[in-house]
Design a protein around this ligand. Structure first.
Ligand SMILES: C[S@@+](CC[C@H](N)C(=O)[O-])C[C@H]1O[C@@H](n2cnc3c(N)ncnc32)[C@H](O)[C@@H]1O
Length: 222
């Protein structure tokens, strides 16, 4: 089914969650698990958190984990799942429209995992905001579908598949304060609705905001 690109984003995603995706597989994104294993838990923010799999996993690892999404239904399900695990104080969810406003705060880890939409989404501006909200030493992980899956090549407009260069340009990295730790295409196994299997390509970008001591003083010492 092709989405109408003119559709209101909140209406589109609410209908998506109400009609097409009522359950979550409960697993955290593999790339996030690999990258977070090397990080010290702090305050995290997941952009487009869906049912909260990644936020709840981070909370289990000791993070104070926040997630936001435009769908009230997705947020309600995520909150219920966090409460079921007794994690409601460590895994917190809020409704947001990231195209309009970015959640308050500065973060040690910001994730944008498949933050892609067939309807309006100010993705480049959101990624720029995310980079600006990293604490010194904080990380930004952006993972995105590099291409439509082979079982539905027509389902989504090609414009929603960013290149690595486009994501880096949106983030404004590399820059003196922003280090590019990874920018590459990774593959993972996927399964289509009829059971067909294929290797899928994702763009992975991992950025770190350099601590002040690494960027040096702005002033020349006397
Ligand atoms: C392709 S899904 C990815 C969900 C999840 N991160 C994952 O890895 O499965 C995109 C998510 O972004 C959310 N979203 C789309 N537009 C948004 C917006 N303007 N503000 C906040 N969330 C948005 C959708 O509701 C949806 O949950």
């Amino acid at each position: 089914m092709r989405a109408d690109p003119q559709q209101d984003p909140a209406t589109f995603w609410e209908a998506f969650y109400l009609t097409r995706r009522t359950s979550s597989n409960g697993r955290a994104t593999a790339a996030l698990q690999r990258i977070a294993a090397d990080l010290t838990p702090g305050l995290s923010l997941d952009l487009g958190a869906s049912h909260g799999d990644d936020v709840i996993w981070l909370a289990r690892q000791g993070w104070q984990a926040r997630g936001c999404d435009i769908s009230d239904t997705a947020i309600a399900r995520a909150r219920t799942r966090a409460a079921d695990e007794g994690l409601e104080h460590r895994a917190q969810f809020e409704r947001c429209d990231l195209s309009a406003a970015f959640p308050q705060g500065a973060f040690d880890l910001i994730t944008a995992l498949y933050l892609q939409s067939p309807v309006a989404l100010a993705r480049a501006a959101i990624l720029a905001q995310a980079a600006a909200r990293l604490r010194p030493g904080g990380h930004l992980l952006v993972l995105s579908h590099a291409a439509p899956p082979p079982w539905s090549p027509e389902a989504t407009p090609s414009t929603i598949f960013p290149t690595l260069a486009e994501d880096l340009a949106a983030i404004g990295a590399p820059a003196p304060g922003l280090e590019v730790l990874e920018a590459r295409i990774v593959t993972r196994p996927g399964r289509g609705p009829d059971g067909a299997e294929a290797m899928l390509e994702d763009n992975l970008v991992l950025i770190r905001r350099r601590p002040v001591e690494e960027t040096g003083s702005l002033c020349r010492s006397a």
